[in-house]
Design a protein around this ligand. Structure first.
Ligand SMILES: C[S@@+](CC[C@H](N)C(=O)[O-])C[C@H]1O[C@@H](n2cnc3c(N)ncnc32)[C@H](O)[C@@H]1O
Length: 284
């Protein structure tokens, strides 16, 4: 019989990061990670050992832990993830903080904002906004991938916001039925030229539709901004919040000023110090 301690050692001997081995073992045993420290001598059943070793082998082939355990924590929420959606990243929590601030400013000024998230994937952004700002009556969330929207739908139900988050399939802003006050978007922004910089777990397992956007990663962001400028989808005094690549700020600022010469731009840096969230505030 294999003990918890021996199982973890086995994982590490397959070159698995010790935190990953703990997460996989805790998942198999259906316990908190702290239980592993408390009961290192506890024995696994043969079925548990087999399941754990199978997961360790898949992790050794670079499959992300979040896909192996089937969920990921984001902004204090538990989200279902699988290979139909991008795994929500901690950087995106900065977009949530900024969006909540914008919503609360608008509410304090006396208007309840209508929010739409474009390229919603797992639904991480609209779900975090809906859960944390109950005064938002409803939000829209679009994605071109019906597979991604199926996962988003499960996450809306799991987090009890399925009656407020309206999932719409289609290209960028095309499915939106009415003008909105705030557009959030974490669209694909990796350039084809950056493929070699991606780690194998990202490159080989996450959906390329969620990662790549033309040679320098800007194609979809440019089309999104142009679509917004040419439509009436953003109300006067509306705000766009974009998650961006760390080298994209200047190029995007040029595009934005060409489309909206009066726009006010703000940039927010992530915890690593990179430019990560770009706020565009329209003024009349
Ligand atoms: C980087 S992922 C972000 C997912 C999620 N918003 C998050 O932050 O975790 C980008 C998402 O954009 C979607 N997407 C790609 N092209 C699109 C398009 N033309 N219109 C709408 N969504 C698109 C992808 O399917 C993917 O779910």
């Amino acid at each position: 019989m294999t003990t918890i301690q021996q199982a973890l050692t086995q994982g590490i001997s397959r070159d698995i990061d010790s935190l990953d081995a703990q997460l996989l073992l805790a998942h198999v045993l259906q316990v908190e990670r702290s239980t592993l420290y408390a009961y290192p001598e506890r024995e696994l059943t043969p079925a548990q050992e087999q399941q754990y070793l199978a997961l360790i082998e898949r992790r050794a082939q670079d499959e992300p832990v979040a896909y192996l355990v089937g969920h990921k924590e984001f902004y204090g929420l538990d989200l279902i993830v699988d290979n139909r959606v991008l795994i929500p990243r901690p950087e995106t929590e900065l977009l949530i903080d900024t969006a909540l601030h914008v919503c609360r400013q608008k509410i304090a000024a006396g208007s309840i904002p209508i929010v739409a998230d474009i390229g919603t994937g797992s639904g991480a952004i609209p779900i975090a906004l809906a859960v944390n700002e109950p005064r938002l009556p409803y939000l829209y969330a679009t994605d071109i991938s019906s597979d991604a929207l199926a996962v988003a739908s499960l996450n809306c139900q799991r987090n009890h916001v399925h009656q407020r988050v309206r999932l719409l399939q289609g290209d960028l802003i095309a499915p939106l039925p009415e003008p909105v006050d705030l557009l959030t978007a974490n669209l694909p922004y990796v350039g084809a030229s950056e493929t070699a910089q991606l780690t194998p777990d990202v490159q080989n397992y996450e959906p390329h539709l969620a990662l790549f956007s033309g040679p320098d990663g800007l194609d979809l962001l440019e089309r999104f901004l142009t679509d917004v400028a040419r439509s009436n989808v953003l109300k006067a005094e509306g705000v766009v919040l974009l998650e961006i690549g760390y080298q994209q700020r200047e190029r995007l600022a040029q595009m934005i000023y060409a489309l909206w010469p009066q726009a006010k731009l703000s940039i927010y840096k992530d915890y690593a110090g990179w430019d990560r969230v770009l706020q565009v505030t329209l003024s009349s």
